[in-house]
Design a binder for this molecule. Structure first.
Ligand code: SF4
Ligand code: SF4
Length: 378
């Protein structure tokens, strides 16, 4: 059966899953294995970036080898690569030429601004050297369309969508963090393609979930439920960062699964949310963001979201990893942790749930702080 494809901006349509290449950078053989498995799973869309080390070199080799074996999706592969914002026009031109050379292609379908996380990045893409660079790439027929990936604030992503400059975007959209779902809907309504960044790993390490979450979602596996939830919301495509062929089995199983949720899935979802709320009791953060801004710039909703996941779903490994990355990933993640709270009390009257925010922040810091071992990518 032919895999379902979604419209993706003004470029070619894409499979419901996208192969992310950042975890297949150990060797050319590893990249070949995952790209071939992607083909067999009905995937036609591959996402890469110069920031992923050897990924583009290995991908170029794998595509050449697979092409010689006539292993290519109908209509060819759809390739997305990315450039970091802020670079000069001349450096950007050089980098794009290098991307094409490594991939062995004259043109890629999609070029994204990689990490449009700050207002200055948006300025760069819309009005400064980035604008010239993107226009040059389009006019010289090196790319088909322009998009962005962002880990930034809601308002910044909204401005980027409303600029009408971009035809697709890659966002953090997760079953366990639905804050950006309205942005995804806005982008889809504007005719943009929307890609969910790492719904498995960054969505709670759902490839290796807690026993509690497994039981809460039973009889559906948490990862399958997360994928089905996003696809049922109309998200164009979901990234899977595979390091081996087996990682793509679930993408193969769900290659056509973008229908509305069925009764079993809805009841599994409801049970998961009910159980999490029961464990959190009166201390559940409703994620309304009314408590911010904090004078000490503590990202209260984000920290209490981690607390929700720790207490509500027992996602200890994931929440520790995310918390310990605070302040260590530049503009890719939060920069201030809960220890910056000075107990001034400003946030307290703004919380509709009447949460003891400083006490909850302190408790979260005690439970989650420690040394970080995780890298940003990979
Ligand atoms: S009590 Fe802490 S978190 Fe709340 S506004 Fe004051 S410093 Fe920020
Ligand atoms: S106002 Fe209260 S419920 Fe809303 S995000 Fe802040 S802490 Fe959570």
């Amino acid at each position: 059966m032919k895999a379902v494809h979604s419209p993706f901006g003004i470029g070619p349509s894409v499979s419901l899953f996208t192969l992310g290449t950042m975890r297949a950078v150990r060797s050319p053989e590893q990249m070949y294995e995952v790209v071939k498995a992607a083909y067999l799973a009905g995937i036609n869309h591959i996402e890469t970036a110069p920031a992923y080390g050897s990924a583009e070199n290995f991908l170029g080799e794998a595509l050449k080898q697979l092409d010689s074996q006539r292993i290519t999706p109908d209509g060819g592969w759809v390739i997305t690569s990315k450039l970091l914002p802020g670079i000069s026009l001349s450096k950007g031109k050089k980098q794009l030429k290098e991307i094409l050379s490594k991939l062995g292609l004259k043109k890629i379908n999609n070029l994204a601004v990689h990490g449009l996380n700050l207002q200055e990045h948006l300025n760069w893409a819309l009005n400064e050297e980035g604008a010239e660079l993107l226009q040059w790439a389009e006019e010289n027929n090196l790319i088909e369309q322009v998009g962005f990936s962002s880990h930034g604030k809601f308002s910044l992503i909204q401005k980027a969508i409303e600029s009408n400059r971009f035809q697709f975007c890659s966002l953090h959209l997760h079953l366990l963090d639905q804050a950006r779902l309205p942005l995804a809907k806005q982008a889809l309504n504007a005719g943009m393609g929307v890609m969910a960044i790492s719904p498995a790993d960054k969505g709670g390490q759902l490839q290796n979930p807690s026993q509690t979450l497994i039981e809460d979602c039973f009889p559906i596996a948490p990862l399958e439920l997360a994928y089905r939830f996003l696809l049922s919301q109309g998200i164009s495509t979901l990234t899977v960062g595979a390091s081996k062929a087996k990682d793509l089995e679930i993408a193969k199983k769900l290659a056509n699964a973008n229908s509305l949720l069925n009764e079993l899935e809805i009841s599994s979802l409801n049970k998961m949310q009910r159980e999490s709320s029961r464990r959190l009791g009166l201390y559940k953060c409703g994620q309304c963001s009314q408590c911010i801004p904090c004078p000490k710039k503590v990202p209260i909703p984000e920290i209490l979201r981690l607390r929700n996941l720790l207490i509500g779903s027992q996602l200890e490994v994931f929440t520790k990893e995310r918390y310990r990355l605070i302040g260590k990933a530049g503009h890719w993640w939060e920069t201030v942790d809960a220890s910056a709270c000075e107990n001034c009390g400003d946030c307290l009257p703004r919380c509709p749930n009447k949460l003891e925010i400083p006490a909850l922040l302190k408790e979260t810091h005690q439970k989650l702080s420690g040394e970080s071992k995780r890298r940003l990518w990979g």
